[in-house]
Design a binder for this molecule. Structure first.
Ligand code: SAH
Length: 191
């Protein structure tokens, strides 16, 4: 059986996250990625989490009850990450995870929006550490998701290839199946 892309994302990030690191979950949803991050980080680690839905923050807090780490959740659009995450953490963030689309089993209107997704991705690219990873799960199979997925692909293609490498781009085999992109920042902007 093929490993789900969400698991593949976690498997690739895992060896790159150490206890005490700083990470971001840009789309909390049901909190599975936050839980995964917390398991790698330990008490000294940090997770900044964003979601526009109160339910997502609640689910994430419940899931993390048993795990100790510094958890700061914002019921806000992920395009506020650069302002909300303290400046002293910028460029020290080891992993930023995006899982786009809507919260399964919830309001499908509350879907990630191409414009703010691209804004958040640009901020993520700015605040990620050198050797840090940005993972993006995109879902072209739902209304608007196709346009968003294409916009994300276009955005990755326009990045400075001296600075960012697309180390993974996998697609589920079924028609319009989800896509996983993982970017690594290999060096800082020279300008
Ligand atoms: N589609 C995935 C789950 C994605 S969950 C799957 O099938 O497993 C995506 C989460 O992003 C949802 O909880 C939704 O509320 C959240 N979201 C939507 N717009 C957002 C925004 N602008 N900023 C942060 N989170 C957002």
């Amino acid at each position: 059986m093929r490993i789900p892309l969400t698991t593949q994302a976690q498997d690739q990030l895992k060896p790159r996250i150490q206890p005490g690191d700083i990470t971001v979950d840009a789309t909390l949803g049901n909190g599975y990625d936050t839980e995964f991050l917390a398991q790698q980080l330990g008490e000294q680690g940090w997770i900044f989490g964003f979601d526009v839905q109160a339910k997502a923050l609640e689910q994430t807090r419940n899931r993390l009850k048993q795990i100790q780490c510094n958890l700061q959740l914002f019921q806000q659009c992920h395009s506020t990450m650069k302002t909300e995450i303290p400046k002293s953490f910028h460029k020290n963030i080891k992993a930023i995870m995006f899982n786009l689309g809507y919260l399964p089993g919830s309001d499908k209107q509350l879907i990630t929006q191409t414009k703010t997704t691209l804004m958040a991705l640009s901020q993520a690219a700015e605040i990620i550490a050198i050797n840090g990873l940005i993972s993006i799960m995109a879902y072209p199979g739902h209304p608007d998701g196709e346009q968003e997925t294409q916009a994300v692909i276009n955005w990755t293609e326009k990045l400075d290839s001296q600075q960012f490498k697309l180390i993974t781009h996998s697609q589920a085999t079924h028609f319009q199946g989800p896509q996983l992109m993982i970017l690594e920042k290999v060096r800082s902007c020279l300008r």
